[in-house]
Every structure is written in C-alpha cells, then in structure tokens.
Design a protein around this ligand. Structure first.
Ligand code: ZN
Length: 422
C-alpha cells in the first residue's frame, strides 16, 4: 500500500509529461463516439500511449493505473477549430507590428493554447502567423511543454504586395522592414513561395485570395491574386501533399479560388450562386468564421478600429447573418472554424450556436466540428471520433450536445493525446 502511495506521488509530479506505460480508465456516463451516432449509455474507455485502446459498455472491472470518474457526464471527441490565430489577441492596433517582436506571439500563444484547450478544442488549424511562432507552439503542445491543442499550422500567409496579409498602413521603408517574405507576383514566384513555406514547416498553405476586413488596405474585398497565380499556388501545394486554405470575401474571389482548386474558403462573406457552383464542382468547403464578425462588431464605434476598417466591418455585417444558410441552400459543405484571435480566445464554442441559428441541426453542427473538420485536415483516421487506435482527444460535458449543441460552451473535462488538461 505504501509503495502504491509513493508511486501515486511520483505520478502526480510528472503528470505534465505523458506516461508511456500508464493505462487510464475513463468511466463515462454516456459516450458519443461519432456525431453520426447516438449516446451509448454508461461505458469505459481505456487509454494508453496517448491513444484509445477500447470502449466497452458498463463500468466493469478493468486493469488500469488510474481511473477518471466522468459517470455523470457525456463524453465525446474533442472539438476541432479549422481557423484560429493563437499567437494574437483581439484589437485594432495594427502599429504594434512595428513595436512587438515576433517572439511575443509565442508567449501570447502559450496563454491562448491553454484557454483554447480548456474550452474543449483539442485540435486547431493556425490560419496565419509570424514566421516561426505557430511552428514552435505546435512543437510545444505536441511535446507537452505547453498545455494546449494539437496544432496544424500554416505559418505566414501568402499575399499580394500590399494585400490583406502583407504589411499595411506604414510608410514605405517601414513596410519593407516588416515584410514577411511571403508576398508574390506571378505564377513562378507564387509557386516558389509555396515551396518555401513547405520547407519552413507549413502543414497547410494559407493565402489571402481577396482583400480583408481588419487590415488597413482599403482595396476592396474582391480577388487579389490572378486566377493563374491561384492555380500555381494550389497545384504546387497539392504536388507537395499540402492543402490550401484561402481567406476570401468577394464572390468572384471565392469563385476564382475554387476554380483554381483551393481546398477551403475561409469567411466566404459574399458567396453567391456562381461561386457556390464552383465550390461544389471542385469539392471546396466553406469555413464561415461567424464568431469573427460577432467579435469585431462588439468593438464598433468604440475607437478600436480605424475608419477604413470600421467601414468594411459595417459592409459585411448583414451578409454574415445569412452566410451558412446561403451556403447550405447552394449545397456547399460547411465546416467549423471561428477566426479566434479576432475575438477573445476561448469563446470558440459560441460558433456552434451561431451555425444552428442559421438552420443547421445540433447533429450537423457537432459533425462539422468533429468528423467534418477532421476530414478537411486529412486526419479522419486519427481524430474527430472516439474509437480504438484514435488519438485520446476526449472531452466531457453535462447534457447531450446532440439535443442542444450549446452545452459545449461549458466543457468540464479535456484530454489531449492522452494528457489530462488541468
Ligand atoms: Zn483569420
């Protein structure tokens, strides 16, 4: 017995690191293994080496080093957010780019990684950040040094010169100094920048296919790259086994991106029938990021944003209110992503309710943030469901998310890759 107590003490001391040999038994009140199925009733999940070993009905005797009591909870797969910016916090002070070193983004990112994972998000796709910040954060959460979600990272976004992801609003010599190195002009240079991103460690290529709302550039929200440049980006990325996510607001920009073979449209504000048709034909999915607008709208008229940005926010407001219903009416697949960082990190799950408000069922919304998002990442055999061999990315809540998806706004337990998050 005493030896056991000593062992438990040791275990507690090294909890932050994964214990390769440790076997954990989770006693669940009910389990949703897949958003397509129904809650199972009481079950026991065995976890070892960061993966799910088995899921069996009831709470019978098992051999495990540790038991976790979730007998009053519904246990389900961790949520996936396809569009976050962990390395930044909300605010309109674009000039901070000239005063804060990139490294500050890692500190902010470590804080936000914890906030995000506590909110039940066990995987996020980082949709554009400074050079190395998202990459080192990705390593930090993978190795357990930073508590946080699994990170699939784009790194710096590709943009046209002076476009949404390029430096804007400064005098020319400052713009030049702050250049990310990822603007491109013409097919050859754009293909080269995709290869450079791949070399640097990008898991996915992010491009700003059209103008953006929160940058100082006032050049509208239509297509910025030429169709040939977008095709060069998509073809090069695909040849390297990488997908492309395109920030796009204007309808013709969305259409050109889809026709170029880009895999997902982020935001998609002005989506119309022709753009939707191109998306359907090319299998392009929509990541609506409704929370982005929710977040920035809260800052309107408070001097948070410059006048050029305020004008753009007011222009897109009415369109976002019908975006998901429009997309579904046109037959476009909608997957979950929020643009956290534009609004306060940790509020990601509020997007679920906003999607439901535009006509999706609770089950469809949950699927979009689990199995649907996993498929977009090409990780559908590792995450998004609970099954033997899958990553132990597990959350627990009160109530049944299939009856009311907003219960996911209050997550009581989170495990990522077999590690319990405190
Ligand atoms: Zn974004």
């Amino acid at each position: 017995m005493r030896r056991m107590a000593a062992l438990v003490g040791t275990l507690a001391a090294v909890m932050a690191a994964p214990l390769a040999a440790e076997t954990v038994a989770i006693r669940a009140g009910s389990v949703i293994t897949d958003a397509a199925g129904d809650p199972t009733g009481p079950a026991t999940i065995i976890v070892a080496n960061g993966k799910i070993v088995s899921i069996t009905p009831g709470h019978g005797a098992v051999v495990a080093d540790r038991e976790i009591d979730l007998a009053s909870k519904t246990v389900l797969p961790g949520l996936i957010d396809l569009h976050t910016h962990l390395t930044g916090d909300p605010g309109g002070d674009f000039w901070k780019e000239a005063t804060e070193p990139d490294e500050w983004g890692v500190v902010v990112g470590a804080k936000n990684a914890l906030v995000t994972v506590r909110a039940g998000f066990t995987t996020v796709r980082e949709a554009g950040s400074a050079q190395e910040t998202a990459f080192v954060l990705r390593r930090g959460t993978a190795e357990g040094l930073v508590p946080g979600p699994r990170i699939v990272a784009a790194g710096p976004a590709l943009s046209i010169i002076g476009g949404h992801a390029d430096v804007n609003g400064f005098r020319p010599e400052v713009n030049e100094l702050l250049d990310s190195g990822f603007t491109c002009t013409g097919e050859v240079e754009c293909a080269a920048k995709v290869r450079l991103a791949s070399q640097n460690g990008s898991d996915v290529i992010k491009i700003t296919a059209t103008g953006g709302v929160l940058s100082q550039q006032g050049r509208g929200l239509e297509a910025h790259f030429t169709p040939q440049e977008m095709k060069a980006i998509a073809d090069t990325a695909h040849s390297l086994g990488l997908k492309v996510m395109a920030h796009a607001h204007g309808a013709r920009g969305i259409q050109q991106a889809a026709e170029a073979g880009i895999d997902s449209i982020e935001h998609g504000t002005y989506l119309d029938e022709a753009a939707a048709k191109a998306m359907r034909a090319n299998g392009t999915v929509l990541v609506p990021t409704l929370m982005a607008l929710e977040g920035v709208s809260e800052g309107l008229g408070k001097g948070v944003y410059t006048p050029v940005v305020e004008d753009k926010i007011r222009a897109v407001q009415p369109l976002m209110a019908s975006l998901v219903s429009r997309a579904r009416q046109y037959g476009v697949t909608v997957v979950f992503g929020t643009d956290a960082g534009v609004f306060q990190h940790g509020r990601n799950a509020e997007e679920l309710g906003l999607m439901r408000k535009q006509g999706m069922s609770d089950r469809e919304v949950l699927a979009s943030a689990t199995t649907g998002a996993a498929k977009v990442l090409g990780m559908e055999s590792q995450i998004g469901r609970l099954a033997p061999g899958y990553s132990a990315d597990i959350i627990a809540v009160d109530g049944n998310p299939l009856a009311d998806v907003t219960v996911l706004e209050d997550v009581d337990f989170v495990m990522v890759r077999g590690r319990v998050i405190d």
